[in-house]
Design a protein around this ligand. Structure first.
Ligand code: 0O2
Ligand code: 0O2
Length: 262
């Protein structure tokens, strides 16, 4: 295939990656707006480089005309989660979607790879609406925790450095690092409720502070400079030494002041 033809071949994959990134980032936004804990921490995606497509198809003896059916990760989406159980919530999200069809799933968390690699993979068939009709493509989801992602990124760059021939002693270190990362994930899962409470508290606090700041600006725009300055210094004091309940009281006070002057 000429370079121009490859470019054309890759268009639906580029479209799919953009769409899927938006769709899964939106799910995170939806959870956050509803003030619920999101199983999705962040999402990345990429279209496989042409050189990697050719290298992989060569390695597996895939003829060019079969690439679109047999290379499943030309379009790749990665979903990162805070906790191991979130991975399975994301898997369920994907299983319940009407805009893609699952071809198969690989649970490399239960079936850890020899390298130490852990992630949940789902291969889907995804229809892309092109100018001249619908083109169905295959895409690969990799769902993993932040710790699994850290490990995989490091291991991936070492594989690149050593051209897939990582020395035995480094391989062993990597294997035990992978297990240590998984131990961290399991420990975090045990205190998940505590962590989520802390994150919620932090969110509540930062939204109170932002509401109070907005009110202070409103007072300034109403010409109530002294009151605004007074609230500003109270806010600084409460932030450094106060409790959330005092922030709520301060918010109420600023709302009352605005009400009086509007
Ligand atoms: P790093 O440093 O390599 O981890 P946006 O600003 O949202 O448009 P975004 O989210 O950065 O862009 O995504 P982009 O630039 O399209 O995609 C690149 C990301 O895809 C990189 O993450 C890669 O880690 C990730 N990626 C690389 N290979 C694969 C793969 O085989 N499968 C999947 N699913 N993802 C892959 P970072 O964090 O940008 O950069
Ligand atoms: P890239 O550079 O990420 O695109 P295989 O038969 O094992 O060679 P297969 O059948 O294509 O691979 O599927 P598999 O095993 O599910 O792996 C697909 C992708 O998962 C890989 O894509 C990697 O992104 C990731 N992966 C699998 N095993 C490992 C591992 O041991 N370490 C790391 N860091 N990533 C892994 P590519 O095309 O190999 O690479």
């Amino acid at each position: 295939m000429a370079v121009g033809e490859w470019k054309k071949f890759l268009i639906p994959y580029e479209q799919a990656v953009e769409e899927l990134k938006i769709k899964f980032k939106s799910i995170r936004r939806e959870y956050r707006r509803k003030n619920e804990n999101s199983p999705i921490e962040f999402v990345t995606g990429r279209v496989k480089e042409l050189s990697s497509i050719l290298e992989k198809s060569n390695k597996f003896n895939i003829p060019l005309e079969r690439i679109e059916y047999e290379l499943e990760d030309i379009a790749g989406i990665r979903v990162m989660c805070q906790f191991v159980d979130d991975i399975y919530r994301v898997v369920d999200l994907i299983r319940n979607r009407k805009d893609m069809q699952i071809m198969y799933e690989k649970d490399y968390i239960t079936d850890v790879k020899v390298s130490g690699y852990r992630s949940y993979h789902i291969i889907v068939k995804y229809p892309v609406n092109m100018a001249d009709g619908v083109k169905e493509i295959l895409a690969e989801f990799q769902i993993r925790t932040l710790a699994m992602n850290f490990w995989a990124t490091v291991e991936h760059s070492l594989n690149y450095k050593y051209k897939h021939k990582i020395p035995e002693e480094i391989k062993e270190k990597l294997k035990s690092a992978a297990d240590a990362a998984f131990k961290l994930d399991q420990d975090m899962l045990e205190i998940k409720d505590e962590i989520m409470d802390a994150q919620k508290l932090f969110e509540v606090k930062s939204s109170l502070v932002s509401d109070i700041t907005n009110n202070i600006f409103t007072l300034l725009s109403l010409g109530r400079t002294n009151e605004a300055d007074n609230y500003r210094s109270q806010l600084n004091k409460v932030i450094s030494e106060g409790e959330d309940i005092e922030l709520s009281k301060l918010l109420e006070a600023t709302e009352k002041s605005i009400g009086m002057h509007k």
